[in-house]
Write a protein that binds this ligand. Structure first.
Ligand SMILES: Cc1ncc(COP(=O)(O)O)c(C=O)c1O
Length: 505
């Protein structure tokens, strides 16, 4: 059994127990030597501050150490393997960052007159052209700010098209394995959501879907490859059935990383699909940074897409911001977001696309699928595979193999932290018990996959040997150990307040 070493400082090895910056307050300390303010007549007319604003006093080295130590507690794809299924924690190539910072791209201001930024329009158009080519779709709305925002955009476009034909309809069908944002987006768009069950192969139960389909259905939202990491191999039949009742086929393209360069969704009968640039085209992910979720559209939906749009007009490019009969945007449902979309993400995505080329993009998909299948093949004798392989970009296991061991998926994930791995996605998708969804992406080497697999097998054997006490206490070596997750979710303490400090003293 591993145990934490109690040290006097709370630090362990070179890992630090880091108090909040407010708790490190040394009143009067400062990083700069500011001269006394000379007597002066105030021009603030009585609005001067009378109380200190309550910032902590710290020297410059204290501040530097504080933030550096915090950053070292942050796990990232740059520090290690990050098999968080469904999230596609893809390596961000440094060349993308370099070009995004080039003066002229990094310095662009969204309020600049468009005549001063023809290069930016050209870049957006080129990015759009690649997205249309890769998906086999004739139009793309670049502005949505994330996958979920793309879903809302797609559904609003569908609604606008249906309204134009006289009936917006009432229902949207969503498989029960879908990402939670799918039903949420449909609901936000005013539709009633109905769930389609999965069949015993982890795919849409096509018979159940047919029973739900009628002329009141506006759209089906299907993820392909789906959240079980499986290709929906009846997708053509699904598209035909959906179109047969005059509904639209929305595809959640968040998992396009598995099929980019291999399959064009347009050829499968899809009418509308968002792309998560952060998942497929390696733009930065998480941390609250800007996301980007462009939506590709079929011919029938293109006239209803949101503005702004970059439109090729004769020899030049125009940023169309208003509805225009001449430029084909009269039917647009309007604007969904300030300005023109996340320019920095378009630059990074285009850098990824151009640096890979068509063959490189295809290979990235193939390698992502190969890596996931390698994990699946090396773990399936010990772990319980939810559906028979091969899989696409992620391998889904459930907690069947942990039955009667006293170890849960959560315990298992906590023990992985001690082994130096960010846990896989847990308990999603909901269609299997205690899901363990592992997504390696294409950039992991065989050596790193082998190390991960060896650790997983080691932990799996330990669980099966009945060492539930060990798992119940994990993690032992992380900066923080088991938190009370219920309390953390229900009563999060998100803000430090002086009273909290006093109460603690
Ligand atoms: C299948 C699927 N759909 C939609 C989304 C939502 O994307 P975003 O987080 O960019 O809003 C995700 C995010 O992980 C996803 O995995």
């Amino acid at each position: 059994m591993i145990d934490t070493q109690n040290t006097l400082t709370g630090h362990q090895g070179l890992r630090f127990e880091e108090p909040l910056i407010f708790e490190q307050d040394s009143p009067g300390a400062s990083g700069v030597d500011v001269p006394e303010i000379p007597d002066h007549a105030s021009k603030l007319g009585g609005l001067e501050r009378s109380e200190p604003i309550g910032l902590p006093g710290l020297s410059e080295p204290q501040v530097v150490r504080h933030y550096l130590r915090l950053s070292q507690q942050n796990y990232s794809i740059d520090s290690g393997f990050y098999p968080l299924g469904s999230c596609t924690m893809k390596y961000n190539p440094r060349v993308n960052e370099k070009v995004a910072r080039l003066p002229g791209l990094g310095d662009l201001h969204p309020l600049q007159p468009t005549q001063t930024v023809p290069g930016a329009l050209e870049l957006m158009d080129l990015c759009a052209t690649w997205l249309k080519t890769l998906t086999g779709m004739p139009a793309v709305a670049l502005s949505p700010a994330a996958g979920a925002h793309g879903e809302l955009t797609g559904l609003m476009t569908i609604r606008a098209a249906l309204e134009a034909s006289g009936n917006p309809r009432k229902r949207v069908l969503v498989p029960d394995s879908a990402h939670g944002t799918n039903p949420a987006s449909a609901h936000a768009c005013g539709y009633t959501v109905e769930s389609i069950p999965a069949d015993d192969r982890g795919r849409v139960d096509i018979q159940a879907m047919r029973e739900l389909l009628d002329e009141d259905v506006a759209a089906i939202m299907l993820t392909n490859p789906n959240t079980c990491g499986l290709f929906e191999n009846q997708i053509i039949e699904i598209a035909e059935a959906v179109h047969g009742v005059g509904a639209y086929f929305y595809c959640d393209g968040a998992n396009f990383n598995a099929i980019m360069g291999k399959v064009r969704p347009g050829d499968l009968g899809i009418d509308c699909m968002h792309l998560n640039l952060h998942k497929t085209f390696s733009t930065p992910h998480g941390g609250g940074g800007p996301g980007s979720g462009p939506v590709v559209l079929a011919e029938a939906l293109a006239p209803f897409a949101p503005l702004p749009m970059v439109v090729r007009d004769g020899d030049g490019l125009t940023l169309v911001e208003q509805k225009s009969e001449d430029l084909g945007t009269a039917g647009s449902f309007g604007r969904l977001k300030g300005f023109h979309g996340q320019m920095g993400m378009f630059v990074r995505a285009l850098a990824f696309i151009l640096s890979h080329g068509a063959d490189g993009l295809r290979q990235a998909s193939e390698d992502a699928v190969l890596n996931a299948n390698y994990i699946l093949a090396r773990l399936q004798d010990l772990f319980s595979l939810s559906f028979p392989g091969p899989c696409m970009h992620e391998a889904l296991f459930d907690d069947g193999f942990l039955k009667d061991t006293g170890v849960s998926t959560l315990d298992f994930a906590k023990a992985m932290i001690d082994e130096g791995f960010h846990p896989m996605t847990m308990y999603f998708p909901l269609v299997v018990s205690g899901a363990m969804l592992m997504e390696p992406t294409e950039s992991e080497s065989k050596a790193s996959l082998d190390q991960f697999i060896a650790s997983m097998r080691h932990l799996g054997q330990r669980a099966l040997a009945g060492d539930s006490e060990f798992f119940a206490g994990a993690p032992y070596l992380a900066p923080y150990r088991r938190l009370d997750e219920t309390q953390a979710a229900r009563k999060p303490v998100l803000r430090w307040q002086p009273q909290a400090k006093e109460a603690a003293e």
